[in-house]
Design a protein around this ligand. Structure first.
Ligand SMILES: Nc1ncnc2c1ncn2[C@@H]1O[C@H](COP(=O)(O)OP(=O)(O)OP(=O)(O)O)[C@@H](O)[C@H]1O
Ligand SMILES: [Mg+2]
Length: 268
């Protein structure tokens, strides 16, 4: 089955253009008029895409610039989620100096997300759930080495998992004090930015949104932006700006590292 077979029909004169193949194996298409995106999942991936649909619908009314759901189809072959396009370009397309200018606005958007009353969020992305997922991925020998820190690639994943397990009591206690609505996959391609004003326009790819320690988002944001920075000062400025925006006087580096190292074990 080709993912294109699951795309919904569109008015004459418009077409679906393949935009990317997601790391999860989903196919993403952009409508030729630029007004909508379609994400297609085959087979069992459809259940995952349904989770993304529910989260996207839930977040849309909060006015954070996240997409509205325009259409949804699921069948035994797979599923297709159509969302309204968020204006702008992915933050990962910006030069280092433009990303630094856009950064306060991105940090502000994350803060606005984290300020949504967490008790009203029905989606769980807790450490215990994510740790269990990592344990399952590791047990199935399904860790993708490309996602690991280069210095972790030579270490057997069960050893990486055990190192994280040793920190669980501390991290679970911190999570209980710092639970917010997290994006859950806060990498640069998932933040859209107006290339003229360099202000964040919104956030996409909400399949992992849920209640979690706010450091989950800080950790992925800072780590992923490293791919863009062009000198040693920019990451320091970004880190300072992020934690100032979130009113954190002394950032916890070990906690950042914990979530950074857990993340690659949860995909697979
Ligand atoms: N509604 C939207 N508005 C604007 N751009 C979008 C939208 N949906 C997707 N995109 C663009 O397509 C890219 C890929 O989409 P998305 O992030 O949802 O999937 P993915 O990262 O490939 O999927 P996954 O990692 O879940 O498999 C985004 O980074 C963004 O540039
Ligand atoms: Mg994405």
């Amino acid at each position: 089955m080709d993912t294109a077979n699951l795309l919904p029909p569109i008015p004459l004169g418009k077409t679906w253009i393949r935009a990317s193949e997601g790391e999860s194996g989903d196919a993403v298409y952009r409508r030729s008029d630029g007004a909508a995106f379609a994400k297609v999942s085959l087979g069992e991936g459809a259940a995952q895409l349904d989770e993304e649909r529910r989260r996207t619908e839930w977040l849309a009314p909060f006015d954070l610039g996240s997409p509205a759901v325009l259409d949804w189809h699921a069948s035994s072959d797979g599923a297709c989620l159509v969302t309204r396009a968020v204006a702008g370009v992915p933050a990962s397309d910006l030069s280092a100096s433009d990303l630094l200018k856009a950064w306060p606005s991105i940090a502000g958007r994350v803060k606005a997300l984290h300020e949504i009353p967490v008790a009203g969020c029905p989606f769980v992305r807790s450490l215990s759930v994510m740790f269990d997922r990592a344990a399952d991925v590791v047990a199935r020998n399904a860790v993708n080495p490309d996602f690991l820190d280069p210095e972790h690639q030579a270490i057997p994943p069960p050893v990486l998992l055990d190192r994280l397990r040793a920190q669980l009591p501390t991290r679970l206690a911190q999570e209980a004090r710092d639970l917010v609505v997290c994006h859950g996959d806060a990498c640069m391609p998932n933040f859209m930015v107006d290339p003229e004003t360099l202000r964040c326009t919104g956030l996409v790819d909400l399949g992992r949104l849920g209640r979690a320690d706010r450091y989950v988002d800080f950790s992925l944001l800072l780590a992923n932006a490293r791919e863009t920075w062009a000198n040693a000062d920019q990451p320091l400025a970004a880190r300072k700006s992020l934690f100032e925006a979130h009113r954190i006087a002394t950032p916890d580096d070990e906690r950042l590292a914990f979530y950074l190292h857990l993340d690659p074990l949860t995909w697979g």
